[in-house]
Design a protein. Sequence first.
Length: 100
Amino acid sequence: MWAFRIFLVLIIIALVIGFSIYNSGERTTANLFGREYVGVPMIYVAFWAFVVGMLVSFLLGVLYYFRIQADLKEQKKENKKLLEEITTLRNLPLEDIEEK
C-alpha cells in the first residue's frame, strides 16, 4: 500500500510540474470577491486555488477528527455503563433471579 501512495504522489507531482511548464506563458482574467484582475499568470491562479483547497480540506479533516473523537468518547461512556450493568447482574444471587 505504501508503494501505491508513493507512486500516486509522484504522478501528482509530475502532473503539477507539467501543468506549470505548459501554462507558464498563459495569462487569464480572475474575478475574486467582486474584483477583476486582468493578465494574471495562470500558474498563480492554479497555485492559490490549490493552497485554498488544501486549507479547506485540512479544516474539514480537523472538524471530522473532533467529531469522531466526541463519538468515541460517547461510546466509551456507554460501554462503561453496560459493563457496570453486566457486573451487577453477575453479582446477583441466583434466588433473586428465580423470583423475578
